[in-house]
Design a protein around this ligand. Structure first.
Ligand code: 5GP
Length: 139
């Protein structure tokens, strides 16, 4: 498998070299808003340690990422009044992965509202900021 690229976008976000709308961080994980959300409140959970995807991630880092994903899902129910949550995670190009630092998509869902396309429209920065704030308040 291809080696981890330390210059991928999420590695740069982790190092503070690229901006993001941060929601949460702890010792092992970091959470921020997806810039092209498939639904309102779409967040990304990543491990702080380098991992390309599920094929090379350390077992304990995967546990930490999923525990944080659940924390974010619970906050999304509270913050947005979501009816459900969709969790997505893609591996390698053939699996739909575009950014090669492991990430879990946590997406609030609402009855009768379909997901937008995977790589769709760039969201307004003010909306991303407001949704990040709502999520932080619900944590
Ligand atoms: P995947 O690799 O799981 O297919 O998708 C990568 C995800 O990262 C997409 O949902 C895309 O909208 C999001 N994304 C790509 N570039 C950026 C970025 O620079 N900032 C943020 N916050 N999200 C990004």
């Amino acid at each position: 498998m291809t080696a981890y690229d330390t210059d991928n976008i999420f590695a740069k976000i982790l190092r503070g070299e690229m901006p993001c709308h941060k929601v949460y961080e702890d010792e092992h994980t970091f959470v921020f808003m997806d810039i092209m959300p498939r639904g309102d409140g779409h967040a990304l959970v990543i491990p702080k340690n380098p991992a390309r995807n599920i094929l090379d991630v350390d077992d304990q880092d995967l546990v930490h990422v999923m525990a944080t994903a659940r924390k974010i899902a619970q906050a999304q129910i509270k913050a947005f009044g979501a009816d459900g949550i969709t969790i997505n995670q893609f591996n390698e190009s053939a699996g739909g992965q575009v950014v090669f630092h492991l990430h879990v998509h946590v997406i609030p869902r609402f009855d009768g509202i379909a997901l937008k396309p995977h790589t769709g429209q760039m969201e307004d920065q003010d909306i991303l900021a407001a949704n990040a704030e709502k999520l932080r308040s619900a944590l």
